[in-house]
Design a protein around this ligand. Structure first.
Ligand SMILES: [Mg+2]
Ligand SMILES: [Zn+2]
Length: 195
């Protein structure tokens, strides 16, 4: 079986503009160039898999169904530009949340690797030796460390604040990019796709 390189993509601040908890689906807006970047991954045969922590339901801000509605909106916006995600995984859990059954510790909340492990279990074609994480938080870079992927920090979303030490904590990504656009261009230079 030909193995596929894989990019694990963060959502908020990486694919779509960081605006806090999105209570209205129409407020989910793509970052400039994000759809084209995903399309480049699609065209190169590289798997594009969303891995996102979504605690809005655990905090009682909205129902879990709203997370699905947001992802339907995201897929629609991508599809309008001929881009797609191969799979979406989200972690709805938060230990200190207030709403059962989400108010518990788990092994899928980034930087834990549960979602990535699930992806590898469900998609044996993925090539762990050519794996990447793109995200705007220190926890995204740590996810990369924890699952043996290369970690790319984008300075959209919280990325700039992370680099300044003003949000979460300082991390050393393998690559730092102004946005997902440059992050994907860097990845395309790193990978070898079997044909
Ligand atoms: Mg993010
Ligand atoms: Zn979880």
């Amino acid at each position: 079986m030909n193995k596929r390189p894989v990019v694990f993509l963060d959502r908020d601040g990486t694919l779509n503009v960081e605006v806090g908890y999105i209570r209205n689906v129409d407020d989910l807006v793509l970052i400039d160039g994000a759809a084209e970047a995903v399309r480049k991954l699609n065209q190169a045969g590289i798997a594009a898999i969303l891995v996102t922590n979504q605690t809005g339901a655990a905090r009682g801000y909205y129902a879990e169904s709203h997370i699905h509605a947001l992802h339907a909106r995201l897929l629609k916006l991508l599809k309008a530009e001929n881009a797609h995600l191969d799979q979406i995984y989200y972690c709805p859990h938060l230990d200190e949340g207030t709403v059962p059954p989400f108010n518990r510790a788990c092994d899928c909340r980034k930087p834990e690797v549960g979602m990535v492990e699930q992806a590898y279990a469900e998609h044996p074609e993925l090539d762990k030796s050519q794996s990447f994480v793109i995200g705007d938080k220190a926890t995204d870079v740590e996810l990369a460390r924890n699952c043996g992927a290369k970690g790319i920090l984008v300075t959209t979303g919280y990325g700039t604040a992370v680099l300044k030490g003003e949000y979460q904590h300082i991390v050393e990504p393998d690559f730092q990019a102004p946005s997902i656009v440059e992050a994907v261009d860097w990845i395309l230079q790193q990978v070898q796709v079997a044909h």
